[in-house]
Design a protein around this ligand. Structure first.
Ligand SMILES: Nc1ncnc2c1ncn2[C@@H]1O[C@H](COP(=O)(O)OP(=O)(O)OP(=O)(O)O)[C@@H](O)[C@H]1O
Ligand SMILES: [Mg+2]
Length: 172
């Protein structure tokens, strides 16, 4: 099987999408696309104020990310995208941009996530939003073929696990 050229790291705040995404992109020789960078100033202000985003708030953001995935598909560029992709409908929007994108769900318990968010400085996503993110999350169903990875591993371990599944493992 050809390795997918796009990997989407999904999960709630604190799961490590940005941190691991950067390292994974480096390991794969891919471009890292920070999903948060595509948020409007309005959305960023809402999150900063711990106001959960609605579907309407997220729609233009998801469309922009789908367009970025589509562009990468057309140019055959390898990309790693960080995007919470909490709901099935959001993932469907992204898949419309690139049906072959491989989603990887970084999964951890609420206490681990909360501790990480509380220790993270200078980030607009407050720990107060974690509960609403966990409530919004629609666990991927089997037909979505999302890979679930234990986000409590250290970042290098997660990168290695994803690489192994992609068939690019350093030990293969
Ligand atoms: N596997 C890991 N082990 C230990 N610490 C981690 C791990 N992954 C991320 N972290 C740390 O946890 C914090 C949250 O990680 P990060 O910012 O990557 O999460 P995120 O999923 O991108 O969150 P957001 O949705 O708010 O952007 C950071 O301080 C990061 O350094
Ligand atoms: Mg992030």
């Amino acid at each position: 099987m050809d390795a997918p050229t796009a990997v989407v790291l999904m999960g709630v705040a604190g799961s490590g999408k940005s941190h691991v995404g950067r390292l994974l992109a480096e390991a794969l020789g891919a471009r890292f696309v920070e999903g948060d960078a595509y948020h409007s100033d309005e959305n960023r202000a809402r999150m900063q104020a711990a106001i959960p985003l609605t579907d309407a708030d997220r729609a233009p953001w998801l469309s922009a990310l789908a367009a970025a995935l589509q562009q990468a598909r057309v140019t055959r560029e390898r990309v790693v995208l960080s995007c919470s992709a909490l709901r099935r409908a959001y993932r469907d929007v992204l898949r419309a941009g690139n049906r072959a994108a491989q989603f990887v769900w970084l999964h951890a318990d609420a206490e681990t996530l909360r501790a990480r968010l509380l220790s993270r400085a200078d980030h607009y996503m407050p720990a107060a939003l974690l509960d609403s993110q966990l409530a919004t999350l629609e666990v991927p169903t089997a037909d979505e073929q999302v890979w679930q990875i234990d986000a409590r591993m250290d970042a290098a371990g997660i990168v290695d696990a994803v690489q192994q599944r992609l068939g690019h493992g350093s030990t293969q």
